[in-house]
Ligand binder design. Structure first.
Ligand code: NAD
Ligand code: NAD
Lengths: 202, 202
């Protein structure tokens, strides 16, 4: 496995290649790409080493090949189905962003809630009861979930996801989820982000 | 300055202390706290060293004192005013979370948008035109902002914030903001979070 911090940087490089246009042609030097990404060129070269032989010393990287290798390494060369749990405030905002996620290779295939509300007209993703989750995950082979439930029910909802074979969770609830080894959890805790920033403005 | 990665961990320890109840009494050993936070005890002891002398070898840390020291170090012992730019989909969801942020020591004092819409009834934060931003920041001494505008206008909105003395930005737009040294920017890029997870489920 590639270390998690390196995987983050590979995603970052993937985004930076967008500077070179969607049809990205030509080459880019490790110095230029490293500058856009805000890392040292030695770090960039080391990270890209995980994607197989791509660059030639002195000639830089072929942009189209680099993009393809990054998509293969990151697993985004095919559209990944994702389920979203918790269609309240934050969950609904993420459901409206469906096109944004699709452009990045992710499809929120369905959303689930303990109290499924009537869907608002601008949300095209189906909103289903939790009783339908197991069947949906099995039918679509879903492996990834976004969790937008309150902290008090996050572990319980997480357990339901794990029982149904989910292997990766993007968690917005401000709690640390207990998960077995082999399950990847990324936490987005907006309060910690703000607290981190407040340190720098004292 | 404390390294940014360490500041994140200090915020994490601050959250973990909530396990010991809001009135947190008694002591906690570095082993116990490290286990809850998911770090090694040596890392925890090194990090807490930035908060002054708090623990006694063998006796652990006093929970109430540790909380106080962390709040002082992180700058969250007083309510920080924050402005939010971009009251679309995501911005509105964050505005409805006002109580959640207040509990953590942050107050979204006002929100601004290029096209301020009529506020929905469940949002209590005032939504103003961008022309009122400079006056508001000066009157309230705001130093921190949350940016929820599209990627195409993020740099422009960021420049307006910098001109008005904002020193820390929580950025949701999927672009890397160019800012002078001394300005702290934390990026939340949900597509990169999902891409990072998709690597682990291949
Ligand atoms: N809204 C924000 O801007 C924001 C900001 C930071 C953090 N968060 C965090 O994100 C999470 C969601 O926040 P929100 O504002 O959307 O809350 P919300 O109360 O608006 O929505 C929560 C939804 O989860 C559902 N739910 C509760 N328990 C469930 C369960 N066991 N299974 C399935 N569904 C369940 C509820 O029915 C509700 O629709 C919370 O943990 C919150 O702390 C939200
Ligand atoms: N909605 C989500 O769930 C989500 C998920 C991931 C990332 N994002 C990112 O968050 C940002 C906001 O997304 P959204 O879905 O809320 O978009 P949105 O289009 O719903 O809202 C954007 C708002 O910004 C305002 N705006 C545009 N330019 C401005 C400027 N120069 N100054 C002030 N206001 C300006 C618009 O009037 C609009 O109200 C985007 O960059 C998006 O990529 C959103």
């Amino acid at each position: 496995f590639i270390p998690r911090k390196t995987v983050y940087r590979l995603s970052l490089y993937n985004r930076c290649l967008e500077h070179f246009g969607q049809n990205g042609s030509g080459t880019v030097s490790s110095e230029t790409l490293a500058k856009i990404a805000g890392v040292k060129p030695t770090q960039l070269r080391k990270d890209l080493g995980y994607c197989g032989q791509i660059g030639k010393r002195g000639l830089g990287y072929d942009v189209a090949l680099l993009r393809q290798r990054l998509a293969e390494t990151l697993g985004t060369s095919r559209l990944q189905p994702v389920v979203l749990i918790g269609t309240g405030n934050l969950g609904s905002a993420l459901l409206r962003y469906q096109e944004g996620f699709a452009k990045e290779g992710f499809e929120i295939a369905a959303a689930f809630d303990a109290l499924p509300q009537k869907r608002s007209p601008d949300i095209s993703v189906p909103i289903l009861a939790m009783t339908e989750l197991a069947g949906f995950i099995a039918a679509r082979g879903v492996k990834m979930a976004i969790l937008c439930v309150p902290g008090t029910s996050a572990q319980e909802a997480c357990n339901v996801l794990l029982q149904n074979g989910i292997q990766a969770i993007l968690n917005f609830a401000p709690v640390i989820l207990q998960t077995p080894a082999g399950v990847a959890v990324n936490n987005v805790n907006l309060a910690i982000e703000l607290e981190n920033l407040s340190y720098f403005i004292q």
